[in-house]
Design a protein around this ligand. Structure first.
Ligand SMILES: [Zn+2]
Length: 72
């Protein structure tokens, strides 16, 4: 189980309308995050990374995968 205690030191708090991105640490509206299913109570969960960071990390992941393939 992951919890959000690690963000406390940043000084920003997740709210109903905003979340702190786990990668860039910026407080952004939930519309800037991809939805990631629902929790046990039926609340919408969001990815820890904002859309901008998700795109960046996804590109890096794809590059790493491609590199692994070429290296065998
Ligand atoms: Zn971000």
């Amino acid at each position: 189980m992951l919890d959000d205690h690690t963000i406390d030191y940043i000084g920003n708090k997740d709210t109903d309308t905003h979340r702190v991105c786990g990668t860039c640490g910026k407080l952004k509206p939930v519309g800037d995050f991809y939805k990631d299913g629902k929790d046990n109570e039926g609340n919408i969960r969001y990815r820890r990374d904002c859309k901008d960071c998700y795109k960046k990390t996804r590109v890096i992941e794809l590059q790493m995968k491609a590199r692994k393939k070429t290296n065998g």
